[in-house]
Design a protein around this ligand. Sequence first.
Ligand code: GLU
Length: 505
Amino acid sequence: MSQKVRVRFAPSPTGPLHIGGVRTALFNYLFAKKHGGDFILRIEDTDQNRYVEGAEQYIIDALNWCGIPFDEGPGKDGGHGPYRQSERKHLYKQYAKELVKKGKAYYAFDTSEKLDFHRKDHETKGKTFIYNWHNRLKLDNSLSLMPEELEKRLASGEDYVIRFLTTPDEKLKLNDVIRGAIEIDTNVLDDKVLFKSDGMPTYHLANIVDDHLMQITHVIRGEEWLPSLALHQQLYDAFEWEAPEFAHLPLIMKPVGKGKLSKRDGEKGGFPIFPLSWNESIGYKESGYFPEAVVNFLAMLGWNPGTEQELFSLEELVKAFSLERVNKSGARFDPDKTKWYNQCYLQKKNNTVLADLFEQELIAKTAVRKDEFSIAYLEKVVSLIKERATFVSDFWELSDYFFLAPSSYNDKAVKKQWKEDTPEIMKGVVNVLEGISDFTSEKTELELKSWISQQELSFGRVMAPLRLVLVGDMKGPHVFDIMSMIGKEESIARINTALKRLPKE
Ligand code: GLU
């Protein structure tokens, strides 16, 4: 590649960015960085009716959260701005007119009522109305009008659109990096509107003009844009511009069944569909996902490294990524796998970082006060329980007994573990614990184990009820670790409380 690689992510600000949109942005980012190129954000906001307030900022925030910032875009000029199509309005008309002059496009005056009439009329005959080579000369446009009549109507300020003049009877040869060669018969294409009567370009015209002016070398976008490729290629040819290379990414499919992943699938399956929260829809960020995990699972949706490796940092993805390894077929979305990725990244996180996050959770969501623990204590708690967690929000449930004495005991466990002789055994345990001055995990383990063998008791008869009274349940790490964390006094107090509260058989 001799030219500098320049790719763009070109969302329309019609709402929050779907996770599929983030994947498109990610693949553009990876490709750009792999080739030392630029990643550009262009906001395609020519359709004013679909404009949603706040959507642009959402897109920018989402990219930043994922750690895939753009090199050029709104607020970050790289010499090819402005990067919002609404601010480039003045540019497009001249290009539409240039095509008319070249005989590649034409003015059309057909009113929407007239077009509706044709559509309905065709429908009643079981046909579909398509504005194309077949009927364009019978419709109200500059191809069917006499030159003087055309001049008059243009001069009178009558509303018109500009349509692309598709050449009939041609076999268009298209290429897609992922799908290979594609051949399209131009007779199946319609004469798409390029410029609207409201003075705005359509997506097709603005997209091609901007890709050209912004010197885009590769267009990487979702498969839903594949049907537009024929028109786009023809537009490049009509302008006599060199076309970029195209790569259409496979769809992201529902977890089960046919069709692409939708917001409803997320609602049904209880998993996020947006990177960040949007109104009542909770995002990946707010659900406790790490951005690295989201980036990693998105990268694997439609791309594979060709090896067994599943965990990739962003840097590793940049190195490994290639469009040739992007699949043609749809990528099935697996919510369990997204959790698995988060769990892996959580295990890799430094305990200090996790302790900080846990502290925020504790203060926000529990009755535990900030002066009741130290960060060093949280770090130790985290190190003992994190292997069972997928999210930081799992920490509290896995570790509440490190902060509070149990308020109840699991019934089933009581039935199974609290035998007739258990109170006596627990009293013995209290005795042993009272005699230990150096209350470390190792020391208590040594002392208690030697007492157990002296008493000729089984280990389980002592340790299982001991866990139950310390934790309230049969969960948690090594009992001696728990005791050394909560301390001697608290350990003894919890045993004594249980001796009062639990039934004797
Ligand atoms: N504005 C289009 C979209 O919303 C861009 C498609 C393209 O990348 O060409 O996805």
